[in-house]
Design a protein around this ligand. Structure first.
Ligand code: SF4
Length: 336
């Protein structure tokens, strides 16, 4: 290896986990992938100090530590990864560090970011991290990070502390405050299917968007070896409704949700049927939505489905609208 000249060479020997699709894209592993990632996903640290019940990396998880959600993340030397990132720079559009709060997570992340800055990859970098210290958030931006993902994950107020740990209001308010302070640079992840009602999910999404926090939706994925291993998955038609509502909030299209006992039944909008249909037919809303060019292929899905977030437009099935919409009329969408 000789392409990388860094002031701190020791970082080249650090271990880093790389998602299997990213390894294939970077030609470090010779494996066939069904959908190419458009972002390179790197995992910093392992064995989290926190204990989210759905996470393979949680403190008490018995899941395979090579995993995060459905994806395998083999370990590689950072030097090798950095070299491939330089060689294959034309193959990806973003790099995302998924930070697990292990022992040296922040120091290691800083070392990786400094190294990347030094080689000047000229690519937007995201960091997804459970970090609420303002000085540290600022430090990450100063190190060239374009966007920071502060995942709320769970939006059921009643179940937040049980499922994720910590206090919902406190966590939510911190993310909102960072959204206001660092306008257009904060993303949050919401996992659909962790005991929240539609109404709380939609209210949370609205508050995030209203405060410049970009919402990225994922579907709960049961992972073997975690306490939620046997927990039920989200019905696909419910997930589609949430993708549609997210798109309305993202596009700033006014609407009135109609609930029955917290479940979304209809959306009222002051538009003609044709325009509402065009909103439903914007197929991009069913693809992974988060930081630009993040497609996370098969993060929530088995390759044979069901597909919650499609990794590209070409993979979207034909009957997607009829799978969750019962009727569209002037001023209204009625869901199944
Ligand atoms: S939306 Fe994608 S790129 Fe952005 S923080 Fe989340 S996983 Fe990373």
């Amino acid at each position: 290896m000789n392409v990388v000249h860094l002031s701190n060479k020791t970082v080249l020997d650090f271990d880093i986990r790389v998602s299997i699709g990213s390894l294939a894209l970077l030609k470090i592993r010779d494996i066939k992938i069904l959908a190419k990632p458009t972002t390179i996903y790197l995992m910093v640290e392992e064995h989290c100090v926190f204990n989210c019940l759905y996470c393979a990396q949680a403190r008490e998880s018995k899941a395979n530590f090579e995993n995060l959600s459905r994806i395998t993340w083999p370990k590689e030397k950072f030097g090798k990864v950095l070299e491939s990132l330089i060689t294959h720079r034309d193959k990806y559009k973003r790099i995302c560090f998924q930070v697990v709060n292990g022992r040296n997570y922040f120091e290691n992340l800083v070392s990786f970011l400094k190294a990347m800055k030094e080689v000047n990859l000229n690519v937007p970098v995201s960091v997804s991290i459970r970090e609420y210290n303002e000085e540290r958030i600022k430090q990450l931006f100063e190190l060239g990070v374009e966007r920071i993902g502060l995942p709320i994950d769970v939006v059921s107020k009643e179940n937040f502390s049980k499922i994720r740990g910590g206090n919902y209001e406190e966590t939510f308010n911190k993310i909102i405050a960072f959204g206001r302070e660092f306008k257009g640079r904060i993303t949050t992840h919401i996992i659909v299917g962790l005991l929240e009602m539609d109404e709380e999910l939609i209210n949370a999404m609205k508050d995030f968007f209203d405060n410049s926090v970009l919402v990225s939706l994922f579907a709960f994925t049961p992972i073997k070896g975690t306490p939620l291993e046997h927990f039920k998955t989200v019905p696909l038609e419910r997930y589609r409704k949430m993708q549609f509502v997210r798109s309305l909030l993202f596009k700033k299209i006014p609407f009135k949700p109609i609930y029955k006992e917290g479940v979304l039944k209809e959306v009222e909008m002051d538009y003609k049927k044709e325009f509402i249909e065009s909103l439903l037919n914007d197929l991009a809303i069913y693809t992974t939505q988060g930081c630009p060019n993040c497609n996370r292929p098969f993060y929530n899905e088995k390759p044979n489905g069901p597909m919650y977030n499609f990794p590209s437009l070409s993979t979207i099935e034909n009957n997607i609208i009829s799978s969750y919409v019962s009727q569209v009329v002037d001023g209204k969408v009625i869901f199944k």
